[in-house]
Design a protein around this ligand. Structure first.
Ligand SMILES: Nc1nc2c(c(=O)[nH]1)N=C([C@H](O)[C@H](O)COP(=O)(O)OP(=O)(O)OP(=O)(O)O)CN2
Ligand SMILES: [Zn+2]
Length: 156
């Protein structure tokens, strides 16, 4: 069984080497969709009976590990030194420095890496993170899928 929870957040970014508009500093209302697989919990009387995981708990984990860190932050590529230095000059600015340009693809991969360790099979129902989808706009999104990207090797 697969279940998906959607969360939304706002963040700024730029794609420094982009040939068009995306090299400018701008922001998005991102959406993050977390898809988990697992067996439905059947323990009679358990609060989670009938669920793979309580959607509230799915949300709480993604919120704590990704959304709280990225919401109203500027997501910047570490090699984008001019912007990194500028953001450092702003006292107390919320900045997230990433090892790769902040495209939807790289944000989905980064969120997958962070969240994979965060979702634990506490009910013995083989709970596992399967996919993280990041919407950059309502029309553009990227999927990081377990076992499909070379950087997620070993997560199969
Ligand atoms: N494969 C990717 N392509 C692009 C990415 C990306 O992350 N992965 N990102 C961008 C820009 O960040 C840009 O903000 C996206 O805007 P745009 O292409 O304009 O998307 P819209 O949904 O607003 O498209 P409209 O045609 O304006 O409706 C670019 N490419
Ligand atoms: Zn953008």
């Amino acid at each position: 069984m697969l279940i998906t929870r959607r969360l939304e957040f706002d963040a700024g970014h730029r794609i420094p080497n982009h040939s068009s508009n995306c090299r400018h500093l701008h922001g998005h209302r991102y959406a993050l969709e977390v898809t988990l697989s697992g067996n439905i919990i059947t323990s009679e009387g358990a609060p989670e009976q009938g669920m793979v995981m309580d959607f509230a708990e799915v949300k709480a984990i993604a919120q704590r590990h990704v959304v709280d860190a990225w919401d109203h932050a500027f997501l910047v590529y570490a090699q984008d030194t001019v912007v990194v230095e500028f953001l450092r000059s702003l006292p107390g600015h919320k900045t997230v420095v990433l090892a790769a340009p902040p495209t939807a693809e790289n944000l989905a991969l980064e969120a997958f890496r962070i969240l994979d360790a965060a979702y634990r099979d506490v009910y013995g129902n083989q709970l596992k993170l399967e996919r993280v989808r990041v919407y950059e706009t309502p029309n553009c999104w990227a999927d990081a899928v377990r076992g499909q990207d070379p950087s997620l090797q070993g997560k199969g």
